[in-house]
Ligand binder design. Structure first.
Ligand SMILES: [Zn+2]
Length: 81
């Protein structure tokens, strides 16, 4: 017998202030389906992504803290904006 598991993954999304926040793929999908263009980061911030050409200026410390207490795995080197 096998047990199905659902492993959450995340990627870093740059906000309008050029800070990267961790957003789960589940939340990315929900934002796309809802078509409101706003993501909810692990830290609780609601953000609109910056342009793909924006250069990130550091990662959110609250998202880092949230990642330390969860078992969410990074999705690799992909960056969604
Ligand atoms: Zn954050």
């Amino acid at each position: 017998m096998t047990t199905a598991t659902h492993q959450l993954t995340y990627c870093w999304v740059t906000d309008a202030a050029d800070t990267e926040h961790a957003v789960t793929y589940d939340d990315l999908a929900r934002a796309i389906i809802d078509q409101h263009g706003q993501y909810t980061a692990l830290c609780g911030a609601h953000l609109h992504p910056a342009a793909l050409t924006a250069t990130p200026n550091g990662r959110c410390p609250r998202c880092h803290a949230a990642l330390r207490v969860t078992d969410i795995q990074p999705s690799g080197r992909h960056r969604a904006n």
